[in-house]
Design a protein around this ligand. Structure first.
Ligand SMILES: NC(=O)c1ccc[n+]([C@@H]2O[C@H](COP(=O)([O-])OP(=O)(O)OC[C@H]3O[C@@H](n4cnc5c(N)ncnc54)[C@H](O)[C@@H]3O)[C@@H](O)[C@H]2O)c1
Ligand SMILES: [Zn+2]
Length: 326
C-alpha cells in the first residue's frame, strides 16, 4: 500500500544521508554538472539528458553498469533528476534482480509535483510514450526547492502547467492563489513555493492512494493530456506547453458540453504562467493520432472535462464530437 508520508521536504544538506555504501545514484549530465558535490564518493550513473534517451537501450546500459558496481538486493537506487531520471530509476530498480529498493530526489518542478509521485515508472518505445514500465512505489522521495535555483525558465513553465492542472481538477483555492501570483514571485519566495509543492504532492498522492490502478479519480490527472500527447510528439512543444494547449481545448469542450463558465479564467491563468493556449496544427493528423489513443473504446473516448474550476469529471464522448471542436 502506498504511504502518503514518504515525501519529505528537508534541507539540502540532509542529502548526505544517502552517502552510505549500499547506494547507487542515477542522474543526468546537467544535474551532475550542477551538483557534483552531492555525488562525491557515491557510485553514480550519469545519463545523457533528454526524453530521447528514455528507452529500453538506456535501461540495458544501466543494468550493465549496475553489475559492474556489484549492485545486489541490498542496494538502494536513488534517482536524482527530472522526470526522465525518476521514471528510468523506478523502472530499472523494479526489474533488476526482480526488484531492488529505490528512492527519488526530484530536481525539476515537474518531477517534484508530478513525475516522482504515484509509482508509474517506465520508458518510451518508439513514438509510444511510457509504453513499457512498472507500477511500483519508491521507498522515499526527498524534495528540496534549492535544486530549482538552476532550473531553466522553460522547465518552470512545464512544472506550472501540471500545477495549474491540479488546481483545475481539484482545488479552486489553489487556482485563486495562482491567479494572484506569477513565476518570478514563486522563484523569489522559497517558503511560499515549498507550500505550493506540498499542496500539489498531497493532492496527487491523495488521488493515487485511493486509486492506484486508475479506475476512478486518477483518470482526472489526464486533464489536458489526451490532445496534449497527440500534439507533443508531432510538434516541437515541451510537455507543459502541449498539455496547456490540451487543457484549453478541454475547457472549450467543457463550455460546449457541460456549460462550463470559466474557460477564459483558465486560459488567462495559463498565459499568466507563460504557457501557450493554442497552436496551428494539422487537424487531420492530430485526429488520426487521437483515434489510436489507449482511452478510445470503439467510436467513443473518455475525456476529462471541467464542471467548474476545481471539479473535473470523466465524460464519454463520441469521436465525431471531439473532431468538431478541434
Ligand atoms: N511517472 C509519472 O507519473 C510521470 C508524470 C509526469 C511526467 N512523467 C515523465 O517525466 C518526464 C518529464 O520530466 P521533466 O520535465 O522533469 O524532464 P527532464 O527529466 O528531461 O528534465 C528537464 C531538463 O531539466 C534538466 N534539469 C533537471 N534538473 C535540473 C536542475 N535542478 N537544474 C538545471 N537543469 C535541470 C534536465 O537535465 C533536462 O534537461 C517525461 O518523460 C514524462 O513522461 C512521468
Ligand atoms: Zn503531464
Amino acid at each position: 500500500m502506498l504511504q502518503k508520508h514518504n515525501v519529505t521536504f528537508p534541507v539540502f544538506e540532509s542529502l548526505k544521508i544517502s552517502k552510505k555504501k549500499n547506494t547507487v545514484c542515477i542522474t543526468d549530465e546537467n544535474v551532475f554538472e550542477h551538483y557534483k558535490r552531492i555525488f562525491k564518493d557515491i557510485d553514480t550513473i550519469v545519463l545523457k539528458s533528454g526524453e530521447e534517451y528514455k528507452t529500453q537501450e538506456t535501461i540495458n546500459t544501466i543494468i550493465g553498469q549496475l553489475i559492474d558496481f556489484k549492485t545486489d538486493k541490498t542496494t538502494t537506487l536513488i534517482g536524482v533528476g527530472g522526470g526522465v531520471v525518476t521514471d528510468i530509476t523506478g523502472y530499472v530498480a523494479s526489474v533488476y534482480m526482480r526488484g531492488i529498493k529505490f528512492g527519488f530526489v526530484p530536481t525539476t518542478l515537474l518531477a517534484m509535483v508530478d513525475a516522482s509521485l504515484g509509482g508509474k515508472n517506465g520508458v518510451n518505445f518508439g513514438l509510444h510514450k511510457n509504453f513499457i514500465g512498472t507500477l511500483n512505489q519508491p521507498q522515499f522521495i526527498v524534495t528540496d526547492v534549492k535544486f530549482l535555483k538552476t532550473l531553466p525558465d522553460l522547465e518552470w513553465q512545464n512544472g506550472f502547467a501540471e500545477i495549474i492542472k491540479h488546481a483545475c481538477i481539484k482545488d479552486v483555492a489553489m487556482f485563486k492563489q495562482l491567479q494572484q501570483n506569477r513565476i518570478p514571485f514563486y522563484k523569489k519566495n522559497k517558503e511560499v513555493l515549498t507550500d505550493l509543492l506540498k499542496q500539489n504532492s498531497n493532492l496527487k498522492l491523495n488521488i493515487v492512494v485511493k486509486d492506484v490502478n486508475e479506475n476512478g479519480d486518477r483518470k482526472l490527472l489526464n486533464f489536458g493530456h489526451t490532445l496534449g500527447h497527440a500534439i507533443e510528439t508531432q510538434y516541437e512543444l515541451s510537455h507543459g506547453q502541449a498539455i496547456s494547449i490540451g487543457m484549453n481545448f478541454a475547457c472549450k469542450l467543457s463550455e460546449n458540453i457541460l456549460q462550463f463558465k470559466d474557460k477564459n479564467k483558465v486560459e488567462e491563468l495559463l498565459q499568466q504562467y507563460e504557457l501557450p493556449t493554442s497552436a496551428a496544427f494539422d487537424k487531420n493528423k492530430v485526429f488520426s493520432i487521437l483515434k489510436m489513443d489507449k482511452k478510445k473504446q470503439q467510436n467513443k473516448m473518455n475525456f476529462i472535462l471541467l464542471d467548474k474550476i476545481g471539479k473535473a469529471k470523466v465524460e464519454l464522448l463520441e469521436m465525431e464530437e471531439i473532431e468538431t471542436y478541434l
